[in-house]
Design a binder for this molecule. Structure first.
Ligand SMILES: Cc1cc2nc3c(=O)[nH]c(=O)nc-3n(C[C@H](O)[C@H](O)[C@H](O)COP(=O)(O)OP(=O)(O)OC[C@H]3O[C@@H](n4cnc5c(N)ncnc54)[C@H](O)[C@@H]3O)c2cc1C
Ligand code: SF4
Length: 541
C-alpha cells in the first residue's frame, strides 16, 4: 500500500481527510500557506466586557487605521453590506503577493489562512438528501454515515422540526442553543400558522443546524452566549477547521508544513505525479516535495489553479475548467413588529438560529434560507444605509434594534460551460494569474422573484415586514460555496474526477474539496465537503 500522502490545504475539506487517513496509519504531510490567527483578546470577557476592559477597544473593533469602517459609497461586496469583517478576522481573507486573479461576473474571496474560509464561517451545517445529490455518483445512503461522523467530530446543534422534511436528521445532533427574543417570537408565531404557511407559500421554518456546541466536547467549552461570534469565538464553541488541525497535530505520523504556497505538481509522461513544486512565503525559496499520492484540498479556486498550472507545465497548454458554481444569495432585511422597542441584550448567540425552506416543484430547486436576527453585529454599515442623518438614524436604530433581522436566501446552481476557470501565462516571477468567468443562470430572476414573493407573504403572516428598498441581490461569488470545476463523473473523461474523487488525468491525484461537486443545491455545502472528504479517505484509501 502507498502510505505517503501529501495534502494541500488545511481548510474544512483538507483537515477531515487528513484526520481519517492519519487514524488509518498513513504518513500524512500537509502543505499550507497557513496565515496565522491572532490570539483571542481577553478570552474570558463578553463583547460588552471587551469594550470596558481592553486597553484600546477602538483599535480592536475598528482596526489600527480604522480600516473596518465601511465608508458610504463602498462597492456592493461582502464587506460593504450588513456584515462588516472585523479586524480580528481580516487575516482570513488576506492573500500572499505571489497570488493574483482577474474575474468577470464573479466577486471571489480567497482564504490562505490556517483553517481556510471556515475560520470565519457562520456554521450553517446542512446534510443533503437524494434530490440534492441527483448528479452525484452516489446517494444519501452512501453519505449518511460520514455526515454522522462529521456531526460527531465538529458538534452540530439542531432538532427534529418542520425543516426535517428537507434536512435528514443526524443522531449525533446536540440540543439547540437558547433562542434570542426575536427568533423566539418568530418561531412561536410560526407554530400557530404553520399549516397556513405551508399551504399558501410552501414555506417551512425551523431551527437552523449550526456547528456550535450546546454542551462541552473534547475540551471545547459550550456556548456561553458572550456575543463575540463575529469577532471569533474565544472558547472554540463555534467550530473552525483549525480545531481539527490541532487534532491532526497530535499524531506522530503527521507533518505540517506551514508558510508554503503550492504552485504545481510535477508530472511524468505516464500521467503520474512525481512531486509538488512550492515556494516559501518567508524567503521566496522554491522547494519540491515527494509523496506516493497527492490530495488537493486548497479550496475550489486554488485547487483548480494548481491543477491548471500542472497541465500547463506538463504540456504547455492552457486549459479551461468549466462548470464553476456558486449559490446566488439574496439578503432580505425585515422588521418584526412584535419586537419593536424591546431592550437590547448583548449576551446572545449572534448568528442564525432559525432556518427556512421554500419548497419548489422540482425538489432540487429548493430555496434555503437562514434567518439572522440583529444582535451584536457591526452596526455602522446599517446606519449608513438608512435614508436619515446620523443622529436620527441612531435614534431610530436604537428603537428598532431587537426587531431587525435578515433572511439570507440561497439558490441552487448547475454546471454550465460558460462558467469557467483558466490561467493567463506566467509573468516575470514565473507565476500565472487565475482568470474566472461567471454568467448567471437563465431564469434565475424569475426564481428570485417567486421566492421573494412567497417570503414576503410568509413573513407578513408572522407580523414581520420586509424593509422596502433594502433587499440586496449579492454578486456571484458572495456565497463562497465555490464548486464544480473538476466534477465527479462515472464516465472517465479529462478534467474530471471519479466517484472516489481520483483525477482522470493523473492517477495518483485526488481532489477532496468543492471542485468535485457536480450539482450545487441551495443548502450551504461545507458539511458535505467534510463528509465527502471523509468518504474518500475511508473508501479509497
Ligand atoms: C463569512 C463566511 C460564512 C460562511 N458560512 C458558511 C455556512 O454557514 N455554511 C457553510 O456550509 N459554509 C459557509 N461558508 C463557506 C465555507 O467556509 C467554505 O465552504 C469552506 O471553508 C471551504 O473549505 P475548503 O477546505 O474546501 O477550502 P478553504 O476554506 O478555501 O481552505 C483552503 C486551504 O488551502 C490553503 N491553500 C490555498 N491555496 C494554497 C496553495 N497554493 N498552497 C498551499 N495551501 C493553499 C489555504 O491556506 C487554506 O488552508 C462561509 C464562509 C465565510 C467566509
Ligand atoms: S459561539 Fe458566539 S456566543 Fe457562543 S461562546 Fe462562542 S462567541 Fe460566544
Amino acid at each position: 500500500m502507498n502510505k505517503r500522502l501529501l495534502v494541500v490545504g488545511s481548510g474544512a475539506s483538507g483537515v477531515h481527510f487528513a484526520l481519517s487517513t492519519l487514524r488509518k496509519g498513513y504518513q500524512v504531510t500537509m502543505l499550507d500557506v497557513a496565515l496565522p490567527k491572532p490570539p483571542a483578546a481577553c478570552p474570558e470577557e463578553t463583547l460588552d466586557g471587551l469594550k470596558d476592559h481592553l486597553s484600546d477597544p477602538v483599535e480592536y473593533f475598528l482596526g489600527e487605521g480604522n480600516e473596518s469602517i465601511v465608508l458610504p459609497g463602498t462597492s456592493d461586496n461582502y464587506r460593504a453590506r450588513y456584515f462588516g469583517i472585523p479586524p480580528s478576522r481580516s487575516y482570513v481573507f488576506e492573500s500572499p503577493k505571489a497570488f493574483s486573479y482577474e474575474a468577470s461576473g464573479f466577486e471571489p474571496l480567497f482564504s490562505f489562512a490556517r483553517g481556510g474560509l471556515a475560520e470565519a464561517w457562520t456554521g450553517g451545517a446542512y446534510p443533503l438528501e437524494d434530490h440534492d445529490l441527483r448528479d452525484f455518483p452516489f446517494g444519501y445512503e452512501t453519505l449518511e454515515k460520514y455526515y454522522e461522523e462529521v456531526t460527531q467530530r465538529i458538534g452540530i446543534n439542531g432538532t427534529a422540526d418542520d425543516l426535517t422534511r428537507f434536512l435528514p436528521l443526524q443522531k449525533a445532533l446536540m440540543a439547540p442553543l437558547d433562542l434570542d427574543e426575536n427568533s423566539k417570537d418568530l418561531i412561536e408565531r410560526y407554530q400557530g400558522k404553520r399549516s397556513l404557511l405551508a399551504k399558501k407559500f410552501r414555506c417551512y421554518i425551523g431551527r437552523s443546524r449550526v456547528a456550535t456546541l450546546s454542551r462541552e466536547q473534547d475540551g471545547r467549552g459550550e456556548c456561553t452566549y458572550c456575543g463575540r461570534c463575529l469577532w471569533g469565538c474565544p472558547n472554540e464553541s463555534l467550530y473552525t477547521p483549525s480545531i481539527t488541525l490541532q487534532a491532526c497535530l497530535q499524531f506522530p505520523n503527521f507533518t505540517y508544513l506551514p508558510g508554503l504556497m503550492a504552485n504545481y505538481f510535477i508530472a511524468d509522461s505516464q500521467q503520474h505525479l512525481t512531486g509538488i513544486a512550492a515556494e516559501s512565503l518567508v524567503d521566496g525559496q522554491r522547494h519540491t516535495f515527494q509523496a506516493d499520492t497527492y490530495v488537493l484540498a486548497a479550496g475550489t479556486l486554488c485547487s483548480s489553479k494548481i491543477y491548471l498550472d500542472t497541465l500547463f507545465k506538463a504540456t504547455g497548454e492552457i486549459q479551461k475548467l468549466t462548470g464553476l458554481m456558486d449559490n446566488r444569495q439574496v439578503l432580505v432585511p425585515f422588521i418584526n413588529l412584535h419586537c419593536i422597542g424591546n431592550g437590547y441584550a448583548g449576551d446572545r448567540y449572534q448568528y442564525h438560529q432559525l432556518g427556512l425552506g421554500l419548497e419548489m416543484d422540482d425538489p432540487a430547486e429548493y430555496v434555503h434560507g437562514q434567518i439572522t436576527t440583529l444582535k451584536t453585529a457591526q452596526t455602522h454599515p446599517l446606519l449608513q444605509l438608512m435614508p436619515l442623518d446620523l443622529r436620527s438614524a441612531i435614534k431610530v436604530y436604537q428603537l428598532l434594534r431587537t426587531s431587525l433581522g435578515v433572511v439570507n436566501l440561497s439558490f441552487h446552481d448547475t454546471r454550465r460551460p460558460e462558467n469557467f476557470l483558466s490561467i493567463t501565462p506566467e509573468d516575470k516571477s514565473g507565476h500565472t494569474k487565475l482568470s474566472i468567468q461567471y454568467r448567471p443562470r437563465k431564469g434565475q430572476g424569475q426564481s428570485i422573484n417567486l421566492a421573494l414573493k412567497r417570503l414576503r407573504g410568509a413573513l407578513a403572516e408572522l407580523g414581520s415586514f420586509v424593509v422596502p428598498g433594502m433587499t440586496v441581490i449579492r454578486p456571484m461569488g458572495s456565497s463562497l460555496h465555490y464548486s464544480g470545476t473538476l466534477g465527479m463523473s462515472e464516465q472517465p473523461k479529462p478534467l474530471h474526477t471519479s466517484k472516489f474523487c481520483q483525477s482522470y488525468d493523473f492517477e495518483n491525484l485526488y481532489v477532496v474539496d468543492g471542485s468535485v461537486i457536480p450539482f450545487l443545491p441551495a443548502k450551504n455545502i461545507t458539511l458535505t465537503l467534510m463528509a465527502n472528504a471523509v468518504r474518500v479517505a475511508e473508501e479509497a484509501f
